[in-house]
Design a binder for this molecule. Sequence first.
Ligand SMILES: *Cc1c(COP(=O)(O)O)cnc(C)c1O
Length: 450
Amino acid sequence: MAPVSINDPTDTSATSSGTKPWKKIAVSKTVQRISNPIREVLAAIDLSAAPEAGVAKPLINLGLGDPSVFGNMPPAPESIAAIEESLRSGRALGYPESVGYPDARLAVANYFDEGPTGNWRVTAGDVVMTHGASGALEMAISVLAEEGKNVLFPKPLFTAYETMSAVANCEIRYYNLLPELNWEVDLAHLESLIDENTAFVILNNPSNPCGSNWSEQHLRDLAAVMNRHQVVVISDEVYAGLAWNVTGPEPAAASAPRVEGKFNRGVFTPYASVCGAAPCLVVGAISKRWLAPGHRLGWVVVHDPQGVLADVRQGLGKWAFRVQGPTSIMQRALPAILANTPEKFYLDTMTELERVGKALFERLSRIPGLKPYLPQGAMYLICRYEGLDFANDKEFVTALHLEERVFILPGACFRLDGFIRFVTTTPLPVLLDACDRIEAFCERHRLPST
Ligand SMILES: *Cc1c(COP(=O)(O)O)cnc(C)c1O
């Protein structure tokens, strides 16, 4: 869009009443760079097309990655009580410090601190409260990235990383995840992309959209790469603790430990607990594990045993001052949310996600042309398709919507063609209904085998 100048006094298009029609007001170049990759991919798909004659099925929308949409996974009553109490206490009326209330920061610190034998020591001073994980990512990215630098994102990825780095105008490079290796990072590929202008690497584990959960060894291998090249990590751990299987595509033995301590250590490995002295910024939120993305409360935790992030800490403080953090109501509620949510709530959530993920995996495995990947964490199942008559996955989801009234996000929304992504917080009967339709659809679209 060409820049538009403000109204020009020599403009002769004034109306008889002396007022001129307004010209369109220009937006900044910065904002013009911001995109929503998911919306852009979906814009290329015609979802308004009328269903084909005779298709009278109700729409099944599998596109929304929000655990609250179907109402089947409510947050813990303890969370709601904590928020009510916060509101009534009269302590949530004022301005918090821009980095957050000390008691909220301390609650996050205590939640993650591993104690004297652990690698990850956290104090309240290491924590900045943010508007969800998105606010935390925007803060971490903005403090580290700038024009002339490059940043490394996984492929496939949660594309909001792209949206958030647009303001910094940095170069984005994508390192590959390996589907057949439990969506681990292709370490050689990652290393080949790092140079002296690399500002940071984003890791996302457990993963959206892969539903994978990396092994402790893989996280150690990643840390070794960062130590070798001295690159800081932004570790997106918004799904921290939401994991039930760790090694390979087979489910863990029934005897394997499911939950150890506050965030399921032993199954889920936080990067900061195995990265040694390598610095990182850990991003988290109550959105996913506490099933309340609308509450918009998250955090950045600084892990910096060597003190190399001193300027970055100051930068986070400045950015926090700029954005004036999340609502006092949620910050005041956080200590009670973290302290009072019973272990059973986390276990029940995981049990349900595991049950749904497994049942969906088994159902999709029986559909010729589909190759699902068994979920091990987060809230997603990613599925490859092959041998079908589509040039790309946008065509696949467009036709599926048209013929079967099932809407699902294509891999293109995550920069990975040839896949579709399911959300496993969706009630299982809804998913199985969709699978029946997808099976009929794949049957019709199978390429003749050669
Ligand atoms: C949902 C999600 C976020 C954003 O979380 P909010 O707290 O709702 O902002 C960040 N990263 C990943 C990988 C996610 O899936």
